[in-house]
Design a protein around this ligand. Sequence first.
Ligand SMILES: NC(=O)c1ccc[n+]([C@@H]2O[C@H](COP(=O)([O-])OP(=O)(O)OC[C@H]3O[C@@H](n4cnc5c(N)ncnc54)[C@H](O)[C@@H]3O)[C@@H](O)[C@H]2O)c1
Ligand SMILES: O=C(O)C(=O)C[C@@H](O)[C@H](O)[C@H](O)COP(=O)(O)O
Ligand SMILES: [Zn+2]
Length: 366
Amino acid sequence: MSKIITGTPVTSGLGKLFNSHGLAKKTVVLFDANTRKLYGDSILKTLDEEGFQWVELTVPAREASKSFNSAYRLYGNMIEADVDRSWNLLAVGGGVVGDLGGYIAASYYRGIPVIQLPTTLLAMTDSSIGGKVAINHPLGKNLIGFFHLPELVLIDPSYLATLPEREIYSGMAEVVKYGFISDRAFLSFIDNHFSDIIALKEPFLTKAVKTSASIKAAVVKKDFRETGGLRATLNFGHTFAHGLEKLAEYRHLRHGEAVTIGMVCALFLSNRLGYLDNGSLEEGLAILGKFRFPRGVIRRRFRDIDNRLLLENMLSDKKKLDKKLRFVLLKNLGEAFLLEESIDDEVVLTAIERAQAFYSALSVKR
Ligand SMILES: NC(=O)c1ccc[n+]([C@@H]2O[C@H](COP(=O)([O-])OP(=O)(O)OC[C@H]3O[C@@H](n4cnc5c(N)ncnc54)[C@H](O)[C@@H]3O)[C@@H](O)[C@H]2O)c1
Ligand SMILES: O=C(O)C(=O)C[C@@H](O)[C@H](O)[C@H](O)COP(=O)(O)O
Ligand SMILES: [Zn+2]
């Protein structure tokens, strides 16, 4: 498994960290336009001071950068800069930079080490850990990729100070996910301190980040390649979410927003199939009802969508077998499982409808 280091600051002393993990001080630093602007100069200065040889690369700050075109351009830049197998790649950013950087590192020269330096809440708690790296295909999310574990994950929550509130909520979706799938007590902690975590208050923020990262690492350690059904539980809400992201052309909905909506659908589905009792459903919905979205997003990107169209767009999910979707469900708050049998389309459509009605009722209340 990768070594995960959490603290403030983790970026000074990079040279020592690289040395102690057997990594050469020759690194391709990948940013997106925002992380380059906010943190590029200070990170590159540190690399200079610590005697690194580096090449810097930047991609636009958007989901569309997780594409074959971006990767192709970056391969060219690396070949031109004579990056060889003695180099590694340091990904500085959110899940987009982490997934793209990991994808490039896994494929360039048949593989060079990757170091993740996550700068969003989502990346610190989820995407930087566990080695799923991918680009999107117009026909589906994350369809082309590898399992390529990072050598190091450097989590420094102080980077979150500049993160817009929309992105904090987006990351919070994956944090809540860990409570739903594996830790009832953590779910109560999140529920009790929801606004503290959103406001990045300590010690709540660090507890949320550390607990999330350790749940993810523990799951990945037991089922790295998602073969045993356990890692699939990290996909709770994601079958719906990836369909919604595709329908939103990977532009109008943040990943975590889609996951929030997807978890609402998955709670209704778990309840409809008799796995989750009504009290737990209500409790789960109350937590998910706390998430804020920019005005109009829920209506345009979920409530107004024909549920059959959403179901069609969910069919590129990688958990499907023999063209049949498989869903991650809850049998309790804090306990998820992958249902091996397929579910009748009408049942899934009803769960989506109930989720749409839930959001309509919520908008009336607000
Ligand atoms: N590999 C995995 O296991 C995994 C897990 C979850 C999500 N993902 C993927 O992660 C991606 C979403 O990641 P994300 O939510 O981090 O989005 P993102 O990478 O697009 O970052 C969100 C926005 O925040 C900006 N940003 C980043 N750090 C900042 C900072 N410190 N201050 C200010 N702005 C900052 C970015 O430039 C961007 O505009 C999706 O593609 C999703 O599929 C992968
Ligand atoms: O690490 C995992 O496994 C996850 O499922 C984490 C998810 O939060 C993440 O969005 C992941 O990229 C989805 O994986 P995919 O295999 O459905 O593309
Ligand atoms: Zn996710």
